[in-house]
Design a protein. Structure first.
Length: 338
């Protein structure tokens, strides 16, 4: 099956104050039509940089795509000019940014911000575009859309602003919707509403979604497949069930063990000790080795290849080598996260 989006050996770097930060290092991913792929990891792991590379939003300078391919419907977006990417953004691939208040122009009415893309990408008359804006606000659950289309962002709550941002992203029927931490600034109830909205919109439109998040609870509610990212690299990929119930990488174990458990008697959450690597001087071996309680000498010296565990699961860890000692995952993982 041909992938809707395929990233091959992507490397993104930033030249800052005389040093080179290797933010994304050899990332390869695939996205199929109609599925949700979650990219998870701590802050600084390279998740958002990967998504911005797809959108052609890496600022140059100081950033650049050093090498690799981003194939959308078989065409390499890395070679697209700024003008060509402007035709892709919003129309073919849209993005929901983390903070809706900074994503929206506070001086423009909501309707005008939706209409802009419709006029630009679909050559829609202004009166028709306004009617379409009202339809989109209705679609994302904004009450009284005929009135609210003429209001400003400050007149909306945080959850409603995020719905507006989703409406803007969906305006031109994109094939891919990238959601970068779309629920971070929202309370738990509103988070659930936004996730339900994304699932419902995907069901209706068969849109492919890339969800960028550090919150595995969000992932459990929406993702089909999961890519775990650390130190600028993909360390594990798999279906939702494989990552949650059969994870093989110690970093994935750490992420799952740090999740709050509904029936857990533990008084404290389990944190992963240590800090992420400095990507201006990235480690030679596995980026997680300095924080990994199971690290061996080879982990410090060489990055492992991706071990193929199933048709859908890949893991980059020396513990999967036949010569490595057998290590059991933590009890919380063996118990299926209960």
């Amino acid at each position: 099956m041909e992938h809707l989006l395929e990233i091959k050996d992507l490397n993104v770097q930033f030249n800052i104050f005389g040093s080179t930060v290797q933010a994304v290092r050899g990332v390869s991913l695939q996205l199929n039509q109609g599925e949700t792929l979650a990219i998870v990891g701590e802050s600084g792991s390279g998740k958002s940089v990967t998504s911005k590379a797809i959108m052609g939003l890496i600022p140059n300078p100081p950033g650049e795509i050093a090498s690799g391919e981003i194939l959308f419907q078989g065409k390499n977006l890395v070679h697209y000019s700024k003008k060509q990417m402007q035709k892709i953004r919003g129309k073919e691939i849209s993005m929901i940014f983390q903070d809706p208040m900074t994503a929206l122009n506070p001086t423009m009415r909501i309707g005008k911000q939706i209409i802009e893309g419709l006029i630009k990408h679909q050559s829609m008359p202004k009166s028709v575009a306004r009617d379409r804006a009202v339809e989109l606000l209705t679609l994302v659950g904004i009450p009284n859309p005929e009135k609210r289309v003429d209001e400003y962002p400050h007149q909306f709550s945080g959850g409603m602003r995020q719905r507006v941002v989703i409406a803007i992203a969906l305006a031109c029927h994109p094939n891919i919707l990238i959601a970068d931490e779309p629920t971070t600034a929202l309370d738990v109830t509103i988070q659930a509403q936004i996730l339900d909205l994304l699932k419902e919109l995907q069901r209706k439109r068969h849109t492919s979604i890339i969800l960028i998040t550090h919150d595995l609870g969000v992932v459990a509610n929406i993702a089909d497949r999961v890519a775990v990212m650390y130190g600028g690299k993909i360390v594990e990929t798999g279906t939702l069930d494989e990552i949650f119930y059969q994870p093989k990488h110690p970093y994935t174990w750490g992420l799952l063990s740090s999740m709050p458990k509904l029936h857990s008697k533990a008084k404290k959450l389990q944190a992963i000790p240590g800090s992420p690597p400095d990507l201006s001087d990235p480690p030679q071996g596995c980026p997680f080795a300095p924080r990994c309680p199971y690290a061996m000498k080879v982990c410090q010296e060489h990055m492992p290849d991706q071990a193929v565990l199933s048709d859908t699961q890949r893991t980059a860890c020396w513990l999967l080598d036949d010569r490595a000692p057998k290590v059991e995952p933590p009890e919380t993982i063996r118990a299926g996260g209960e």
